[in-house]
Design a binder for this molecule. Structure first.
Ligand SMILES: *Cc1c(COP(=O)(O)O)cnc(C)c1O
Length: 432
């Protein structure tokens, strides 16, 4: 069988520089922390945030950006949000406390999630957060809390099986009941990463604002959620891979993958949404928002974390079959995509890169589960790695690091190391 095509990740300069000097800081950290760890770049996060804000400025659209906290649990992101006066999107009391505790003002926090707990709702109202109401019974619970600021979450008409949000009939009933509550708008979070459905959704949410205004309710915001793509891989590499997505360990097949190459990604995807004309309309989304005097509320997660971190494992063993099986000193629970019936395809980078011949291998975790694979794909390393070498999974800050992490087998959770632009580093949170 021919060797698999390469899928090298796009890398930022700071990441490249650290990998080059890998024998230095990265090896020292692996030695000092005695296990896998994550590296975080808050400056990259800040730059991504700024590029979203710049698009709002350029287009003259009034808008607010809220970092979707579930994409990564580290403190450095919310500290950066607090520094820049940017908001956070949370979905649990713990996430809300964490954001408040790191200095994000309650009035800049959006609370989403279905059927929120009474504790979360009470804390959110007291801190002046904007609550996205997901259902009629939740609206009744919120109505009992004095001073609540709310948005109503809309079920996308073209995703009728979504368990989130309210249907047209439910929304009509919600509008009739909103009376004393401060209804600040309508929101939605679409699955997928396409531009046109987001433009169409913005137009639909604007029509709901008009319906509310017709009832004398000054709903002035539309929330289009997140889902701005991240461009991990070069177009040609992605095309070659998707032409024949085979060559996985144990003959494994997958139903689908994240679109690891996106020609329009991040803040450019927001620019494209604002420039798109909703189906059946004649003006673009930016013009519609400006004319209506409505605020655009954004909740990007993954896109703000593009190039904002990577994950370092140490090779613990190398076994020979028809191809190699490399085992690292952590588990795939620290690479979440592996637990969503799919694979994180940007290739791990060996540090150091050993001399050839090329070595074809999959990568397994240090657990007793057949399913604990960090890479099912038979990837090609420049040479045979040795125990103690590093294997760095690139661009993992968005969702990969910690959403599924677990101290399985008593293995410690990988710590997070913040690396600043000047090369200094610290732990993300003080050690226990
Ligand atoms: C997960 C989520 C987001 C963030 O989505 P990304 O794809 O990471 O941008 C935003 N809003 C809501 C309501 C979410 O559930």
């Amino acid at each position: 069988m021919a060797l698999s095509p390469r899928l090298p990740a796009k890398l930022s300069e700071p990441a490249r520089a650290l990998l080059k000097g890998g024998a230095g800081l990265l090896q020292e950290l692996a030695y000092g922390l005695r296990g896998p760890y994550h590296v975080l770049f808050p400056d990259a996060f800040a730059a991504n945030l700024t590029s979203f804000l710049d698009v709002l400025d350029e287009t003259g659209v009034t808008g607010r950006v809220h970092y979707a906290k579930k994409a990564n649990k580290a403190a450095c992101w919310i500290e950066t949000c607090a520094d820049l006066g940017v908001g956070v999107d949370v979905a649990s009391a713990e996430e809300l406390r964490d954001a408040l505790g790191h200095g994000v003002r309650g009035t800049r926090i959006v609370v989403t999630g279905p059927a929120k707990s009474d504790d979360l709702l009470r804390l959110a109202v007291r801190q002046g957060c904007l609550i996205t109401v997901d259902a009629l019974d939740e609206l009744d619970r919120v109505a009992g809390l004095y001073g609540a600021r709310i948005m109503l979450r809309v079920t996308p008409p073209d995703q009728p099986h979504s368990r989130f949000g309210m249907t047209e009939r439910e929304l009509e009933r919600a509008l009739a009941r909103c009376g004393p509550l401060r209804l600040e708008g309508f929101s939605c979070h679409l699955t997928g990463y396409e531009v046109q459905p987001r433009a169409d959704m913005a137009a639909l949410l604007l029509r709901w604002c008009e319906r509310a205004r017709a009832r004398g309710i000054a709903a002035g915001g539309v929330g289009i959620g997140g889902g701005f793509a991240v461009d991990y891989l070069a177009a040609e590499d992605w095309r070659e891979f998707t032409g024949d997505p085979s060559n996985f360990h144990a003959g494994r097949r997958f139903d689908g993958f994240y679109p690891y190459h996106s020609p329009v990604a991040g803040a450019a995807a927001l620019r494209a949404v604002l420039a798109a004309t909703p189906s059946g309309g004649s003006a673009d989304v930016a013009a519609l928002l400006r004319d209506a005097g409505v605020t655009l509320i954004l909740e990007p997660g993954r896109a703000l974390l593009d190039q904002a971190g990577f994950t370092v494992f140490r090779v613990q063993g190398v076994k020979d079959r028809d191809y190699g099986i490399v085992t690292v000193d952590g588990t795939s629970l620290s690479l979440s995509e592996q637990w969503f019936g799919s694979e994180f395809l940007p290739e791990p980078i060996p540090v150091p890169a050993r001399e050839g011949p090329a070595f074809e291998t999959c990568v397994g975790g240090a657990s007793c589960l057949e399913s604990d694979m960090l890479t099912w794909r038979r990837i090609v390393l420049p040479g045979r790695p040795r125990p103690g070498d590093l294997l760095v999974y690139p661009n993992t800050a968005g969702y990969q690091m910690d959403s599924n992490e677990s101290p399985f087998h008593g293995l410690p959770l990988p710590p997070k190391v913040v690396v600043n632009a000047d090369g200094s580093w610290r732990l993300d949170r003080p050690p226990n």
